[in-house]
Each structure stands twice: as C-alpha cells, then as structure tokens.
Design a protein around this ligand. Sequence first.
Ligand code: GLY
Length: 280
Amino acid sequence: MKLIIHGGFFSESSTNSTTKLAKQESLKNILTQCYAYLQNHTALETVVLAVEMLENDPLFNAGIGSQIQNDGKIRMSASIMDGETKKFSGVINIEDVENPIRIAEKLLEFDDRVLGAEGALNFAREHHFPKFNPEIPQRREEYEAKVAALGLGTVGCVALDQNGKIAAATSTGGKGFEIPGRISDSATIAGNFANEFCGVSCTGVGEDIVSGAVAAKIAIRVSDGFEIDKAFAKTFEELKPFDGFAGAIAIDKQGNIFHQDSHPSMFYGSFDGKEFDVFD
Ligand code: GLY
C-alpha cells in the first residue's frame, strides 16, 4: 500500500516559514490518518478522504481557503479517477459547497459524470450537499490587495491499495483573479488521471498542464512500459519549450512513488507505512 499527496506550490513571497511548517505538519497528519484508513479501504475511498481533508484545511487552495476570482466569487473544481473502472468524474467551477471532491465522488454513480457551474451546483443540492461559503478573510484581503498569494496551489492524492488498485483525486480553488468561466486542469485528464498501471495528480498553472497533457501522458507512458521516472522526465521535458509551470505526484502498480515539478517548490508528502517523505 502506498500513498502520496500534494498541496500545491510554495511561494517565497507569500508563504512565511510558519505557514510552511504548518503545511508540512498538515501533510504528515493527513498522510498518517489516510494511510491507516487505506488498511481497510480502497484506493478510491482513500483518495477522496485525503482530498477532503486537504479541502478542509484553509492553508491550502481548495475547498475552504480557495482563491477568489476576478468578479469576487469563489469557484472550485475537483475530480476523481478510478484506475480500475477507468471512470472519471468531476465538478468544474462549482460555488457554495464545502467539499467539491465529495460531489465528484457522488457523480461516479451516474452516466453524466462531469458537471459544470450551475449544473454542478443543482446536482449538489439535489443530493443534499448544503450551502457553504468557502471564503476566509485572508483570501478576501489578498483579493482586495490584488495579490495572488497562493495562486498555484491545488491539492491531490494518489493511492495504491492492498488489492493493487490505483485511484487519483485532485481539487482546486483555481489560480486566483481568473476570468469567471475559466476551466482549470484539475477536473480534466490533464490534471488527474488513473488506470490500472499508474495514477497521477497535478498542480501548477492549469493552462500549462492542459497544454502538456501532463497526468494523462505520464500514466499512458507508464502503461506503455516506461519506468515512472522516465515517464516524468519526458513529460516535463516537453513542458520546457513553453516554460510550463507544473508539478505532479504519481504511484505505479509496482508501488513506485514519484513526484517532479518544473519549479522545485511543490508541497508533497508520501508514506509507505514506514517512512515519510515530506517537502522541506
Ligand atoms: N492547477 C489549478 C488551476 O490552474 O486551476
């Protein structure tokens, strides 16, 4: 059993050392609780729990604490992919809910599995997800000061369970100050992908991640026989011509855990039941 999570990028200009330490502690705490949960739950159930816990921590840019868009509203995106069934589900630009990842999880049961904006919100209400305002005062102050303090943060998790199944989940509050209607990578297969060979979750600039088809490319390369590190190396090499800003975490079916970023400042943490490897 293996687990890796990420919490977006570290920005020197906006994240002081106290916040950095708090994020590291949070990653460790979530890894510990979710690894225990993975003992008797599936990879799919575990990635949802991990992302829900990350969404509930205002230190990260997903769920509560999400960035505010340029019209003053928060819109969030989240997705899940089950590596066994290949089902992908997601919500794009959803407002006024606490945990977008739980709505993505609910959508896995339906034929129509990716919903946007109003449709996603209507679905959430029909399925009894209550109204929730994810705005925190710090984000409002940043918005008013027009400072995109945590603009590259997103959260994600990849898990490999005891039956060898893989799942990936990703959730974001977006870039901050974006044009309403802008689509994040986080609820696309560029930002979140899993199959029976590999699961990948990304963070960074959504437009670059989509241009680089990052998560899907890494997973497909691993499926086609690349070693996981080589799949990352080739995919990140392909981001260079357009200076793509991205980070990704992954686990393959042999339990190899890997992460890479184009700018070495991604918050990540992994746990194999013995040792933590947490961004420092
Ligand atoms: N990766 C998050 C976003 O660009 O929306």
